[in-house]
Design a protein. Structure first.
Length: 141
């Protein structure tokens, strides 16, 4: 639920990009669509979520205002990978499933222009995880 009481749904799409990496693996990226329910009860796609940021992942989803947080970018979707379980089911380690250039991993998607920026903070450690990273929100009182 977004501030203001509007219900949102976020859809994630994975796309294979042109070309392969040095090991012959296809490169991937992702995109998102956001739909907001209107006053008429109909879903409408939007690329403008105002001063909000969305955090999505397999563990939780959040919608937060960015007006008091300069470190969180407005109009962006912060996402974690929802694919590691597929790699595990295939019996492959993460480094065979996704390489350093894989933009499905953990990143920030800018709704207005569709650009994806990987979150480099996890570095190479991401590929050794057996579960996707999770978003944790502090309780502020």
């Amino acid at each position: 639920m977004a501030p203001g009481g509007r219900l949102m749904v976020v859809l994630k799409y994975a796309q294979m990009t042109k070309g392969k990496d040095l090991y012959g693996r296809y490169r991937w990226t992702c995109s998102f669509k956001v739909h907001v329910i209107g006053d008429d009860g109909q879903w409408k796609e939007t690329r403008d979520i105002g001063n909000l940021a969305l955090f999505v992942g397999v563990n939780n989803s959040l919608c937060v205002p960015t007006s008091e947080r300069s470190d969180i970018k407005a109009g962006c979707i912060y996402f974690t990978d929802d694919e590691p379980r597929v790699a595990a089911a295939l019996g492959k380690p993460m480094d065979l499933w996704a390489d350093e250039s894989d933009a499905r991993a953990v990143g920030v998607y800018r709704l207005k222009d569709g650009t994806v920026k990987k979150m480099e903070a996890l570095g190479h450690h991401y590929r050794t995880l057996s579960a996707p990273p999770v978003w944790i929100t502090p309780s502020i009182s």
